[in-house]
Design a protein around this ligand. Structure first.
Ligand SMILES: NC(=O)c1ccc[n+]([C@@H]2O[C@H](COP(=O)([O-])OP(=O)(O)OC[C@H]3O[C@@H](n4cnc5c(N)ncnc54)[C@H](O)[C@@H]3O)[C@@H](O)[C@H]2O)c1
Ligand SMILES: O=C(O)C[C@H](O)C(=O)O
Length: 329
């Protein structure tokens, strides 16, 4: 039976994450090795020529699953019929730019994109926001799309989740595949909280296996939370291939499910669980099944974790209040 291709819109398609992402979507890593896709690339006018070059290269790969590529500089066209939207293009912070300026510049991108998703995307649209500040950009887009169920708007903390697994494997000598149930809480920023108190290493409690709260507080958490900045410092550009990989992981897990006994981390609209104010787009532990996610409930939050979750959530509240004041939500 021939499957109908899934329409995948990627914004910022000519950027560095876009370049690392599109070839993997086209080769079946986003949705599955048997799922045909049509790509809709959205750029700003200055990015159109480079996006055309990337589309030429995609053609030259002769990917069997790639059933079409269209390029747009109009969000209304770019999101038309989209089943999955990866919102990567964003306004980076430049020298001398205040946080309010950054939020305002990104509001100018994510508000019209949310409105275009509301008006033109397919009924089953799933949105992942990668462009920073990802959680608050997702909130802006979601607020501009009142007819789309709020839970379809998500923000990426999977890169942080993958970074945390990798650091924990290095510390303990465990194989990456033995580490389960790790959680990133809060914002995709330096305040995020990577939590290993419920994580398992080969079936044993990870915090007990590590047995070193000082390492946790002084090494593990800052290394994970500041990894993005460390990569910018080393590469002279922000993470791209690992960010694209995490975007693939996020959507693949959302669509195809988490493995039995494991969970993942996603920035999602809070339902009030774990004391996170309802509506904030904050990272939680989630399981996924049949294209839907659910927050893992009933975890005991110790004092060490509570104050770190609260600090990151407080930052999200500040960001939400700032964009509210700017009239963006
Ligand atoms: N959430 C995460 O874990 C994570 C990780 C890495 C990077 N990021 C963020 O992802 C974003 C993209 O990173 P990059 O390295 O690809 O940047 P980049 O500057 O290489 O590319 C961004 C692209 O977006 C395009 N763009 C800008 N405004 C647009 C709009 N309104 N519509 C469509 N396209 C638009 C630009 O023309 C450019 O081609 C940045 O905000 C970065 O901070 C997030
Ligand atoms: O783009 C950045 O500021 C860093 C990025 O969010 C990352 O975590 O690598």
């Amino acid at each position: 039976m021939t499957r109908t291709p899934v329409n995948v819109t990627v914004t910022g398609a000519a950027g560095q994450i876009g370049y690392a992402l599109l070839f993997r979507i086209a080769s079946g890593h986003l949705l599955g090795a048997d799922v045909p896709v049509k790509l809709r690339l959205l750029e700003i006018p200055q990015g159109m020529k480079a996006a055309e070059g990337t589309a030429m290269e995609l053609d030259d790969c002769a990917f069997p699953l790639l059933k079409g590529i269209d390029i747009f500089d109009d969000p209304n066209q770019g999101f038309d019929g989209a089943n999955v939207a990866l919102l990567v293009g964003a306004r980076p912070r430049t020298k001398g730019m205040e946080r309010g300026d950054l939020l305002s510049a990104n509001g100018g991108i994510f508000k019209p994109q949310g409105a275009a998703i509301n008006a033109h995307a397919a009924d089953d649209i799933k949105v992942l926001v990668v462009g920073n500040p990802a959680n608050t950009n997702a909130l802006i887009a979601q607020a501009a799309a009142p007819d789309v169920p709020a839970e379809r708007f998500t923000a990426m903390t999977r890169l942080d989740h993958n970074r945390a697994i990798s650091q924990l494997a290095k510390k303990t000598g465990a194989d990456l595949t033995e580490i389960k149930r790790l959680t990133i809480w809060g914002n995709h920023s330096a305040t995020q909280y990577p939590d290993i108190f419920h994580a398992e290493i080969a079936g044993k409690n990870a915090a007990e296996v590590v047995g070193d709260e000082q390492w946790l507080a002084d090494t593990f958490i800052p290394t994970v939370a500041k990894r993005g900045a460390a990569i910018i410092e080393a590469r002279g550009a922000s993470s791209a291939a690992s960010a694209a990989n995490a975007a693939i992981d996020h959507v693949h897990t959302w669509v195809n499910g988490t493995a039995a006994g494991d969970w993942t981390s996603m920035g999602i609209p809070s339902d009030g669980s774990y004391g996170v104010p309802e509506g904030l787009i904050s990272s939680f532990p989630v399981t996924c099944k049949d294209g839907k996610y659910e927050i893992v409930q009933g975890l005991d939050i110790n004092e060490f974790s509570r104050k770190r979750i609260d600090a990151s959530v407080a930052e999200l509240v500040e960001e939400r209040d700032a964009v509210r004041e700017l009239g963006l939500i």
